[in-house]
Design a binder for this molecule. Structure first.
Ligand code: AHM
Ligand code: MG
Length: 333
């Protein structure tokens, strides 16, 4: 079998867009290197005394795991030096991070969740790094301001994730479809394993933390009841799956189809997931794979973030399933 490396794949795609500079390619290389570094640390976590919490609570009010902090530091260290960025933002940091003047500056902005699903680390369940790449507005120079990061998802130039599971995978889009690569640990290179990934139009799996049922409003309950009943498009109840690592639940949805839901509830009126580092990048991947991503009321990619850590309800996956959720919310309005 002819093996296509991620490097070869990027170069091939970059050739097709003549406006592309080496900067963007360099950014992707360093992102991939960061992912490989994080992957190695995770593989050895049980042996290195880096499981468990740090005892701190992050800007999101969540317990920080040691590996959260390690992944965050690896990303910031490597990406600050890549020469393609002017600013970064991390789920773990309260403020955005301008690239220090001591490093070469570029035109891109990187927003990431260094280790999504970190509550699953101690039990050896899949976690991942999610990233979103924006371009600085044309003509802007000098110090980056916060509003430059608050762009709707439609402005993303690339998005993806690294999934640390039984194998480490890289799945990303630059707006020309979604492609998946699997890390061959022997050679340390990602090889193209899933070209042109598409989400089945109709799913048969629903994914939601059903423990929160009592916090949901009527329309949300109606949506989940719909997938569990025989009165849906499938004509029978869907199967339930919920890993509790968004990146893993999304990856399954991308391949098998179905719908992942993190709705708003009485405790979390905007939902839990962060727009810029979780919902928007996965939304771009879903759309590029022929699926959809919605807040229940409209397209996730069109939501303009009001602040760096803005949250949104998320319904993402097969086009039919997401359309059905939107129709149910519209009916209950
Ligand atoms: P994290 O980025 O701190 O790991 O938080 C986000 C995670 C998602 O990966 C996952 O889908 C969700 O939180 C699970 O939340 P809950 O335990 O409320 O179901
Ligand atoms: Mg997360």
């Amino acid at each position: 079998m002819a093996e296509v490396t991620v490097t070869e794949h990027i170069l091939l795609h970059q050739k097709r867009s003549p406006q592309a500079t080496g900067q963007f390619t360099g950014l992707l290389y360093d992102l991939i290197l960061s992912g490989k570094t994080i992957s190695r640390r995770i593989n050895k976590a049980g042996l290195l005394d880096i499981l468990g919490g740090t005892g701190e609570v992050n800007v999101q009010g969540e317990n920080v795991q040691k590996l959260d902090e390690i992944a965050n530091r690896i990303m910031i260290y490597r990406m600050e030096r890549c020469g393609a960025l002017c600013a970064m933002a991390s789920e773990e940091e309260a403020d955005f991070i301008p690239v220090s003047p001591e490093f070469p500056q570029g035109d891109y902005i990187l927003i990431f969740d260094p280790l999504d699903g970190s509550s699953n680390i101690d039990v050896n369940v899949n976690v991942g790094t999610i990233f979103s790449i924006l371009r600085r507005q044309h003509g802007k120079t000098g110090a980056v301001t916060l509003d430059e990061l608050l762009q709707p998802g439609t402005q993303q130039v690339a998005a993806g994730y690294m999934l640390y599971g039984p194998s480490t995978m890289l799945v990303f889009t630059t707006g020309q479809g979604v492609h998946g690569f699997t890390l061959d640990p022997g050679v340390g290179e990602f090889l193209l394993s899933h070209p042109n990934m598409t989400i089945p139009q109709q799913g048969k799996i629903y994914s939601v933390n059903e423990g929160y049922h009592q916090y949901w409003d009527e329309p949300t309950r109606a949506c989940i009841d719909y997938f569990k009943s025989s009165e849906n498009r499938l004509g029978k109840p869907y199967s339930a799956r919920y890993v509790g690592s968004l990146v893993a639940d999304f990856h399954r949805t991308l391949i098998y189809g179905g719908i992942y839901m993190y709705p708003a509830d009485t405790r979390k009126p905007q939902g839990k997931l962060r727009l810029l580092c979780e919902a928007a990048p996965l939304g771009m991947l879903a759309e590029q794979a022929g699926g959809r991503a919605s807040t229940g009321l409209g397209r996730v990619l069109e939501v303009k973030p009001e602040k760096l850590h803005a949250r949104v309800p998320l319904f993402i996956g097969s086009a039919n399933d997401v359309a059905d959720v939107e129709a149910l919310y519209a009916k209950h309005k």
